[in-house]
Design a binder for this molecule. Structure first.
Ligand SMILES: [Zn+2]
Length: 295
């Protein structure tokens, strides 16, 4: 995937430092989830490994680029984990970095969700960050830098990426074939276009559509709160999350007491839902009734 416009200037700056031999060996890329940090890290890794680097990035033609595209480059390691990232995984990644580079001399280790590292894992990585081997680059990505060890943060060069401007994000979504994204929907996804794109491309996206259609039907009086609640109770946590995003957008559009009350009611409902055995349909139907009243 091409680097989106809002990341291009930063990307090209990193490339020019790489070319000048001044790219820091430990980079921490932070910013909200879903704004494209992973795409940038991917393109940067590719460029670091490319044998015929250009000011715009990797050539895409050389042997290194072909291996990179196939996911089989021997000097590239990416440690992904949805759960915790333990010390063994980190050690394995580091041992690959310590091996002699097989292609253009550079080696890259990417950790897309750095906050998932356990403390022993982070400490194992710390040693490498303190005493890096030659031509080794470590890219740490996270939306939650506060969950990283301060010693990790202090050993890296920090790059903070903000969410793009709404108009730019919507334009980009259109280029990805999403024509019906609205500023409100983007807002509900924290202004993060990649998060919205992923959501719309997945089953979850269909559910969000079903959700927004359900709310429209509720407000138009074509469906009642009890019917919707019983349809949605299986996904109560997700629905309340969306309702809260909806309530938030209402607070922005109509800063009245009813909007604030709705937002707070969602916060309370999120807490209540954590108790086992609660009547989820009941909680949803109270919230939906409040939404109707708030309008
Ligand atoms: Zn190349």
């Amino acid at each position: 995937m091409l680097i989106p416009g809002w990341l291009t200037p930063r990307f090209e700056k990193l490339i020019s430092r790489l070319t000048a031999g001044r790219l820091h060996h430990g980079l921490l890329l932070t910013g909200p989830a879903g704004i494209g940090k992973q795409v940038l890290a991917n393109a940067l890794s590719n460029t670091i490994l490319c044998k015929q680097r250009r000011p715009q990035g990797a050539c895409g033609q050389c042997q290194a680029c072909k291996l990179f595209a196939a996911g089989t480059h021997p000097d590239m390691a990416e440690l992904t984990s949805e759960k915790q990232l333990g010390v063994d995984a980190i050690r394995q990644g580091i041992s690959r970095l310590n091996a002699t580079a097989q292609l253009n001399g550079n080696k890259v280790l990417v950790i897309p969700r750095a906050e998932k590292m356990t403390e022993p894992a982070a400490n194992a990585l710390l040693k490498t960050l303190e005493e890096p081997t030659n031509n080794t680059f470590i890219l740490l990505l996270t939306a939650r830098p506060q969950q990283l060890l301060p010693t990790i943060i202090s050993r890296c060069e920090k790059h903070i990426f903000p969410a793009p401007a709404s108009a730019e994000a919507l334009q980009w979504l259109q280029e990805q074939g999403i024509n019906d994204a609205s500023p409100a929907l983007l807002h509900a996804y924290g202004g993060a276009p990649f998060a919205l794109l992923e959501s719309l491309q997945q089953e979850k996206g269909l559910e969000y559509r079903a959700f927004s259609e359900g709310i429209e039907a509720l407000l138009a009086g074509n469906k009642d709160a009890v019917t919707l609640s019983s349809e949605w109770q299986e996904h109560a946590e997700r629905i309340v999350g969306w309702l809260q995003q909806y309530a938030h957008s209402q607070c922005v559009q109509y800063p009245e007491k009813a909007s604030m009350d709705l937002f707070e009611a969602c916060t309370r409902a999120r807490k209540t839902l954590q108790n086992p055995g609660v009547n989820k349909a009941m909680i949803l139907s109270c919230l939906l009734a409040e939404i109707k009243q708030a309008r």
